[in-house]
Design a protein around this ligand. Structure first.
Ligand code: MSP
Length: 663
């Protein structure tokens, strides 16, 4: 029987459902996804979990405001979180919702174990509580603000079940000492150790003032207090009471933001010690992404959303930026300017350019095949050595969660290859046998370097490296490539290159930022006119309009209503694709009185060049709007054909004058 691989269990926090994901949440999930891919490439059986934290007062209030039951509110929010992660390619192996029955049972089971072992008692508690952060604020007086969010705390007195946290001061300190890597980074560890040394108060773990929570069996109206409930999700995700069967618990790393490290390194191990269950191996706390030097929050109105960035520059670009620009563990400032600068310099000019140059030279000189290298020169060996050394260095850095440094090393190899090409100048060599052989050596060396870089960067750039992998004629699954077997010299001559697919088209900074911001604005303040993904409607429609499935005959309108729509004959002057919007074409259209810019959702069905000069029907008095961040001033009319709604542009069989009105 095959031996079971060593396991690695990674968690992200479970996210509150009273908001939608911003770049801060995306950061934790991206890191988890990078680790998941990396550990797989190191031969582990990996499980990564995420989920939603769905109980508490905030949800009660939000559901009331939305005038729907809590269960429906959280179901919608959980769906929104899950589908955004899917859309961004961050699909976890398990998605826990704290309203899942399996989770409810796990929480009740954990409580029973703690109680049976004598670590739970009933008492009364009065304290200042921050309902936004779901935490009592120790030592706060009535009226004091919450130190985390600055909002006023509320005085709460109630009958609670208490957890004897005070009994765990010494066991916790011993544990931190015995497992010095449990809390990462080191600075956070010192912070936690001094907090625990300062003495631990018992902790209220149930509430009677909240209705929307997991009931304490036989003790209604007690429901579990959010952290006892939430932290247990890590266990419910991998089997709950039957965790041994699944074999994944304990977690190898809990990834968290610095704001919730105390819950993870003090409460959580104490709960598990009380229940006599295995403890997680590590808690890694990252810093915050700040916007204008403040933590992002919806209430401050300074959130950065992931989707517009992914739409404009690709998800790989966002992943790269998040990991490259900030030292993992420290705070970092988010700026669109820095994001686009990195995109152009490291991705478009760096990896993208090396891949396209290499492919073009192989195409031209070796009919699109990997050549057999001729005799090597010392400079080839130097480059080979650099790439080979990088392998060990990059793995070491990934292992230490030094993502920025790992990428720095990979990019130093790319820079070395650029320099090598500039010095060796394969394009200047002629066609004599010696020169051909030298060319083969140079291009094989460059392609081999590209292969190494592709494998090393894969955990961070899964989509684009997969394209390069196929470009290099590789037929295996890149994500299944084992990093431990990666060596210089494994590129087989004779392989035929795959199709070149654009990786990172260069973008103009101001325009890119404007479009990202405009898409974010559309997402934060949706208007009916600003349809996110234009799709042609059933029956006759305007290409560029939002899909409105026609299920019943439309209501009859009078001629007055019809005459409100001003349609004119337009002639397409220019047409181009839009970076980051696969379905849209940007057109300029002469409508007689002026030239208009109009976006049309026809890119998958019409080649831009085929449209130049074509006469089309244009709705000219439609309010301007932005589609994928690009201004659109009018609409081109098209029929929608077949089940996939293929747009067919409405046109004219006789010659018509540009600007003529359609009536
Ligand atoms: N529900 C709790 C966690 C329970 S885990 C058992 C929670 N949820 S949260 O949605 O508020 O935050 C989840 C994570 O997102 C935290 O790790 C937090 O640090 C992180 N971030 C939220 N904003 C952030 C930034 N601006 N930057 C980086 N991460 C931050 O806490």
């Amino acid at each position: 029987m095959a031996e079971r691989k060593e396991k690695f269990y990674i968690t992200t926090p479970i996210y509150y459902t009273n908001g939608l994901p911003h770049i801060g949440h995306t950061y934790t999930t991206v890191v988890a996804d990078v680790l998941r891919r990396y550990k797989k490439m190191r031969g582990y059986e990996v499980v990564m979990t995420t989920g939603t934290d769905e109980h508490g007062v905030n949800v009660e209030r939000a559901a009331k405001k939305a005038d729907i039951p809590e269960s429906e509110f959280v179901a919608r929010m959980a769906d929104a979180w899950r589908s955004l992660w899917d859309e961004l390619g961050l699909t976890a192996d398990e998605f826990v919702r704290t309203t899942d029955l399996s989770h409810v049972r796990t929480v009740q089971w954990l409580f029973k174990l703690c109680k049976e072992n004598g670590y739970v008692y009933k008492g009364h508690y009065t304290g200042q509580y921050c309902i936004y952060d779901n935490a009592y604020v120790n030592d706060a007086k009535p009226g004091d603000p919450c130190p985390d969010c600055g909002r006023p705390t509320e005085t709460v007195t109630e009958e609670n079940y208490f957890f004897k946290l005070s009994a765990f001061q010494k066991p916790l300190l011993d544990f931190y000492q015995k497992f010095p890597n449990f809390i990462q980074p080191e600075t956070r560890k010192n912070e936690i150790v001094s907090f625990v040394e300062g003495g631990l108060k018992d902790l209220s773990i149930t509430r009677t003032t909240i209705r929307w929570g997991i009931p304490v069996p036989g003790e209604e109206p007690h429901v579990f207090y959010v952290w006892f409930d939430a932290l247990t999700a890590y266990l419910s995700a991998v089997g709950g009471p039957e965790f041994e069967k699944r074999g994944m618990w304990p977690a190898d790393v809990h990834l968290v933001g610095k704001d919730i490290i105390r819950f993870h390194t003090v409460y959580w191990p104490a709960f598990l010690m009380a229940a006599m269950l295995p403890l997680p191996k590590q808690v890694w706390a990252h810093g915050w992404f700040l916007m204008d030097a403040a933590k992002m929050s919806k209430s401050k109105g300074n959130v950065v959303l992931p989707r517009p960035i992914a739409n404009m520059l690709g998800m790989d670009a966002l992943r790269y930026f998040l990991l490259r620009d900030v030292v993992f563990g420290q705070d970092g400032n988010f700026s669109y300017d820095a994001l686009v600068t990195r995109y152009n310099s490291d991705l478009a000019n760096g990896l993208g350019n090396l891949a396209s140059r290499t492919a073009a030279m192989l195409e031209k000189n070796f009919a699109g095949k990997i050549p057999k290298p001729g005799p090597r020169l010392p400079q080839d060996d130097t480059l080979a050595k650099e790439a080979q050394n990088a392998i060990g260095e990059v793995l070491e850095r990934y292992d230490k969660f030094e993502f920025a440094r790992a990428l720095e090393t990979v990019w130093s190899v790319i820079a070395a290859a650029d320099k090598y090409l500039t010095t060796e100048q394969p394009w200047a060599l002629g066609t004599s046998p010696d020169e051909e052989s030298r060319k083969a050596a140079i291009l094989w060396t460059t392609a081999e370097l590209l292969r190494i870089v592709t494998v090393l960067a894969h955990p961070v750039l899964p989509d684009s490296t997969t394209k390069v992998w196929h470009l290099l004629g590789q037929s295996t699954l890149l994500g299944a490539t084992q990093l431990d077997g990666l060596r210089w010299g494994q590129l087989t001559p004779g392989l035929t290159l795959g199709k070149f697919q654009a990786l990172f088209p260069r973008v103009e900074k101001t325009e890119a930022i404007e479009r990202i911001e405009s898409m974010a604005n559309e997402e934060l303040n949706p208007t009916p006119a600003a349809a996110p993904t234009p799709a042609p409607a059933a029956s006759t429609s305007a290409a560029g309009a939002a899909a409105v499935p026609v299920t019943a005959p439309a209501e009859k309108i009078g001629i007055d209503d019809f005459s409100k729509v001003e349609m004119r004959v337009g002639q397409i002057k220019t047409a181009e694709r839009i970076v980051g919007a696969d379905k849209l074409l940007k057109l300029t259209v002469d409508i007689g009185s002026e030239i208009r810019q109009i976006c049309a959702g026809i890119a998958q069905f019409y080649e831009p060049e085929s449209l130049i000069g074509r006469k089309v029907a244009v709705v000219v008095n439609l309010a301007p709007r932005k589609l994928r961040g690009v201004e659109s001033n009018g609409m081109i009319v098209a029929a929608s054909v077949g089940p996939e709604g293929r747009p067919v542009l409405a046109g004219f069989h006789e010659d018509v004058e540009v600007g003529a009105r359609l009536k």
